[in-house]
Ligand binder design. Structure first.
Ligand code: PEP
Ligand code: MN
Length: 277
């Protein structure tokens, strides 16, 4: 029986016993046996930069590109993203490379524009309980990548997904990106428990973001592999050609060499848990 705390319906495992497979683009999907790797810079910094990185991740075997055009920064004085210009760059690079795309929307007024330029719309940690935004993305039929709030329980997170589904959009995937704890050695504490717990509670695909989950590029690959071993359906990884020069989140971005190495190491881990990359 569902506890009083668990009021979600559409996201519940009962509602989709098999586990949902979400189609992202004609040849990319998430859920099922194949693990989706989404890689790219924290922020889109320009066309040449994004195209060059997109080609690199594609050669590494990646089928989806991430990149932020609207950035939710802690300081109002930090780079806020290229906005609509960034969306156009992402769209152009996608056309050029045939990679599926993921980008974040932070304002309900921008949803209409963002859905026109990307395959997956990200709702970030800071907006997980922005109910106006959840309802707005729920009106679209584009797949939504819903990140876990920085201090949100799994139940609150599932209720946020329920908002999107109750608004009419059933294409929701969940991304664990670390939560705030007393630990200061890492930027956040990635809650690996969330993966098998979500698998019990919901039919929605689950991703791990080891970049924001750790904040340190030197441990991203270990945690990425842990996510796959725990049963995640996908990974969201920040990669930059020159992390020291990145306009945001350089400390946690893998360089192309480290990313290529990780892509080599993931298949046997996936295979050990009955999956492929
Ligand atoms: C991001 O993906 O770049 C991002 C801002 O993530 P989060 O919302 O998890 O902090
Ligand atoms: Mn980032």
């Amino acid at each position: 029986m569902m506890s009083r705390m668990e009021q979600y319906k559409l996201v519940s495992r009962e509602h989709g016993k098999e586990g949902s497979v979400i189609s992202i683009s004609p040849d990319v999907s998430i859920g099922g046996g194949k693990i989706l790797i989404i890689a790219g810079p924290c922020s889109i910094e320009g066309y040449e930069m994004l195209l060059s990185l997109a080609k690199i991740i594609k050669v590494c075997g990646c089928t989806a590109l991430r990149g932020g055009a609207y950035k939710p920064r802690t300081s109002p004085y930090d780079f806020q993203g290229l906005g609509s210009e960034g969306l156009k760059i992402l769209y152009a690079v996608s056309n050029e490379t045939n990679l599926a795309t993921v980008t974040e929307v932070i304002d309900p007024r921008d949803v209409e524009l963002v859905v026109r330029y990307t395959d997956v719309v990200q709702v970030g940690a800071r907006n997980m309980q922005n109910y106006a935004l959840l309802k707005e993305v729920g009106k679209s039929c584009k797949p939504i990548l819903l990140k876990r709030g920085i201090s949100s329980t799994i139940n609150e997170w599932l209720m946020a997904a329920e908002y999107i589904m109750a608004s009419g959009n059933s294409n929701v995937m969940l991304c664990e990106r670390g939560i705030r704890t007393f630990e200061t050695a890492t930027r956040n504490t990635l809650d690996i428990n969330a993966v098998p717990i979500l698998k019990q509670k919901t039919h929605l695909p689950v991703l791990i973001d080891p970049s924001h989950g750790t904040g340190h590029s030197s441990i991203v690959s270990s945690i990425a592999k842990a996510g796959v071993a725990a049963g995640a359906d996908g990974l969201l990884i920040e990669v930059h050609e020159n992390p020291e020069k990145a306009w945001s989140d350089g400390e946690q971005s893998l360089n192309p060499i480290s990313f290529a190495k990780l892509m080599q190491e993931l298949p046997p881990v996936a295979q050990a848990v009955g999956r492929t990359i």
